[in-house]
Design a protein around this ligand. Structure first.
Ligand code: GUN
Length: 286
């Protein structure tokens, strides 16, 4: 058997088009502010892509570039100014931040209503409680991919490998909210291959290239690869050994072209959600 390849580029393009169509019906322009501190090359590329995608969806995107030696106080002042700016519906401070700045302090300074990353403790708590909220973009993108591929988490055994605040923990919360039976595995998990073999849905978010092997995968399982790792030879690899796992899985995401494009599409969706909630616009369909 060869797995269905879940096409994240196509699903993301459809979501971006849906967001753009809804933005076009509004009598105001949603605003997104992205803050980049320093000149980390990967972050610079991500931020440029976010900015372009927002503009293409009709969102007023602005990138605020601050030097690497910016103090925490100056960054907090910048976040405060964006909180107070009524034209800004979404605020994203690109991580990682340079040494000397506490990311927690910065995240907690963002107005939870504008927290389009879903990282503020208020939004984390609402998600953990199963309440509607701005949820982190990458795990939300994974849920959208599962839905687009017709894979229901309800009642399924789902394994999330990785327990980061950006992906693993919110991923588990979203799967639980969708009625999956969720296990979170991590670097201290005993018998990770065995845990994996029991899962009907595997979400790999470890940051270890090609760690998940074919003999870890139950025949027909769904395998979602959140990893993006640059190998020594310049190639991009996920956390899943794609070529061997696709022969066993029922459905699988490629890297690139799987989860990656969904993150930005979900950021646009969160910006739209924040904008209509802040400005009291009825949700679509009302
Ligand atoms: N760095 C890597 N992923 C993310 C993300 O989803 N949001 C932010 N703000 N920074 C990141």
């Amino acid at each position: 058997m060869s797995a269905t390849i879940i096409d994240g580029k196509a699903v993301a393009a459809a979501l971006r088009a849906t967001v753009a169509a809804r933005v076009a019906t509004l009598d105001f322009q949603p605003g997104l502010a992205v803050v980049l501190v320093g000149d980390d090359p990967a972050s610079t590329v991500y931020v440029r892509n976010k900015d372009r995608a927002a503009a293409a969806a009709g969102i007023a995107a602005r990138t605020i570039r601050l030097p690497a030696d910016t103090t925490q106080a100056a960054l907090l002042a910048q976040v405060g100014a964006l909180n107070a700016d009524d034209t800004v519906d979404g605020i994203l401070v690109q991580l990682p931040l340079p040494p000397g700045i506490d990311p927690r302090a910065v995240i907690e300074a963002i107005d939870p209503a504008k927290d389009v990353d879903g990282f503020h403790p208020i939004n984390v708590g609402r998600l953990a409680d199963g309440l509607p909220t701005l949820a982190p973009c990458t795990p939300t993108g994974v849920m959208r991919l599962l839905a687009a591929a017709g894979i229901s988490p309800r009642g399924a055994r789902a394994l999330v490998i990785g327990r980061s605040s950006i992906v693993g923990k919110p991923m588990a919360a979203l799967l639980l909210a969708a009625d999956a039976t969720v296990t979170i595995a991590h670097s201290r998990t005993r018998d990770l291959p065995g845990e994996c073999r029991r899962a009907e849905i595997v979400i790999a978010a470890t940051g270890r290239p090609e760690m998940v092997r074919a003999d870890w995968i139950a025949p027909g399982a769904t395998v979602i690869d959140v990893g993006i790792n640059r190998l020594a030879d310049g190639r991009l690899a996920g956390d899943v050994a794609f070529e061997e796992c696709r022969a066993v899985a029922g459905a699988i995401t490629p890297v690139p072209g799987g989860v990656g494009p969904m993150t930005i599409a979900c950021l646009l969706e969160n910006t739209l959600t924040a904008a209509i909630a802040r400005r009291g616009v009825p949700p679509a369909g009302d």
